[in-house]
Design a protein around this ligand. Structure first.
Ligand code: AMP
Length: 496
């Protein structure tokens, strides 16, 4: 099948050719003709399958007819995160090079004023996160009754983030006669229900099993203890990795992203961070720094990193075992893309060993332990701030660095094992010197990720992941807050 056979307009075909694509991917080949015919589409596909072009290209073809009116966008694309929304905008810029379309982005963390001006000018395409879209609508700055095409992307991630009530609301606000293009990597019951309610006789297209992991990815489990020893294990893994170009480190909680990022920078790594509490400018700066190679380690939360198209990532480190098995597939899918080889290590403490079974069940294979499985030696939790780390936090002196070199016996043994294993793998690949560490000046590197409050609506589910417990009290709620409060009656207050 060629792009010419799909029925796309001449201008779109030119843009596809300029992108260097020779053939449509399976989701494009199957979805585009139906989307052009106005049919609703239910695409079960994950990122990396070319699904963005599967909805962008037919939209561009259709948008060649007609004009946008002020405050009344013609098409709407809903994305779960700001990064994904920005990525889809980039696709419109790339594939819409021959079109003169107004594309507006409505995402949290960016000033209302600029976004409003774009909407006022009339948007052919509006790309939005659900929270910010509803904010605009509720303030009367946006009309949704001109929407001809509605795209709901990454629906299962919307579910994880608690956006489904917002999606339902938005689906009811756009015209009943619209065309809906709906994409999800998995189909949990809540998503099936949503498609039954809001899609009209859709064509169902499923490409690749959602639970599969690419065969080009070498996977390994690494037994470790909790607390600072876990960070020590991670540092050893990154330092000793063979063929390391860059790596993404996933944490389950936002607050751990910040802690781990600071720790890595302190230990001389060239690292950035990406999590939901950072403002949009800082998030984009981190992402760009990683894409450009200014930093070669990116510490992320799932929500921030989901679906990002970062080609050529050599290593993935699950600093925490994901509590949802599908997240494992998504995380490690950031490497081994387009037939390249990649390595994914998952650090396992006694606390999170239980989630490994779920992952192995989902991917239908056992993942090897490297350096030996968990033993009684591995402690669930150890003090998070050992004397050694406290000293390091005062500054990076030569003495502190020598402390770091003086690793625990445990991590040294494991590193020897990795070195032997990876050297063996390297012997089968072209030799390349790992450059995992930044030179000394990395200690002066600007911290790209000051955490700032986010303006997006807060997710209402899965608080264990991108949303940890409240920062102030962490897990502990002081008992005085739990005591019942007797409210004074209006009469008593008046008497006083
Ligand atoms: P997506 O699944 O939309 O995130 O796309 C993943 C990557 O595939 C992006 O980098 C696209 O540029 C690329 N891509 C999309 N369609 C094609 C195609 N037909 N041929 C080659 N690469 C493609």
């Amino acid at each position: 099948m060629t792009f010419q056979e799909l029925g796309l307009s001449e201008k779109v075909l030119q843009a596809v050719e300029a992108s260097g694509y020779t053939n449509p991917t399976p989701i494009q080949a199957q979805a585009i003709p139906h989307a052009l015919n106005g049919r609703d589409v239910l695409g079960i596909a994950q990122t990396g399958t070319g699904k963005t072009a599967a909805f962008t290209l037919p939209m561009l073809s259709k948008l060649e007819q007609g004009r946008a009116r002020a405050r009344m966008p013609r098409t709407l694309i809903l994305e779960p995160t700001r990064e994904l929304a920005a990525q889809v905008e980039e696709s419109f810029v790339k594939y819409g090079a021959q079109h003169k379309l107004n594309v507006a982005l409505l995402i949290g963390g960016v000033s209302f004023g600029d976004q409003e001006a774009k909407i006022m000018r009339g948007a052919d395409v509006l790309i939005a996160t659900p929270g910010r879209l509803l904010d605009f609508f509720e303030r009367g700055k946006l009309l949704l009754n001109g929407i001809d095409i509605l795209v709901i992307d990454e629906a299962d991630r919307m579910l994880d983030m608690g956006f489904i009530p917002d999606i339902e609301k938005i689906c009811k606000l756009v015209p009943f006669t619209r065309q809906t293009l709906f994409f999800s990597a998995t189909m949990p019951p809540e998503i099936t229900r949503l498609t039954e309610q809001f899609l009209s006789n859709p064509i169902r297209i499923e490409v690749a099993r959602p639970a599969s992991t690419a065969s080009t990815i070498t996977q390994g489990l690494v037994a470790t203890s909790g607390g600072y020893l876990k960070r020590d294990t991670l540092r050893g893994l990154i330092r000793d990795a063979v063929d390391f170009k860059n790596g993404i480190v996933f944490c389950n909680r936002k607050r751990d992203v910040a802690v781990l990022h600071q720790s890595l920078v302190k230990h001389g790594f060239s690292a950035g961070a990406l999590h939901g509490d950072m403002d949009q400018t800082a998030r984009m700066a981190s992402l760009d720094a990683f894409k450009n190679g200014d930093v070669n380690v990116l510490v992320c939360s799932d929500v921030a990193a989901r679906g990002l198209d970062i080609p050529d990532v050599t290593h993935i480190y699950n600093f925490d075992v994901p509590t949802h098995a599908e997240d494992y597939v998504h995380r490690i899918g950031r490497t081994g893309r387009a037939g390249r080889s990649g390595t994914a290590y998952t650090l396992v403490t006694p606390d999170d060993a239980k989630y490994v079974d779920e992952i192995e069940k989902l991917i239908q294979k056992k993942v090897d332990w490297v350096g030996g499985p968990l033993t009684g030696e591995h402690k669930s939790r150890v003090g998070d701030r050992p004397a050694r780390d406290r000293k390091e936090s005062r500054g990076t002196t030569g003495r502190n660095r020598s402390h770091d070199r003086d690793r625990t016996e445990e991590s040294r043994t494991r590193r020897d094992h990795f070195a032997a294993r990876e050297a063996d793998e390297a012997a089968r690949r072209p030799a390349q010197q790992p450059r995992n560490m930044q030179p000394e000046q990395s200690f002066e590197r600007r911290d790209l990720s000051p955490p700032t409050p986010r303006h997006e609506r807060r997710p209402r589910r899965d608080h264990d992941r991108d949303d940890g417990p409240p920062v102030g009290f962490t897990d502990h709620i002081p008992s005085f807050l739990l005591r019942p409060v007797r409210l004074a009656s209006a009469k008593t207050v008046a008497e006083e």
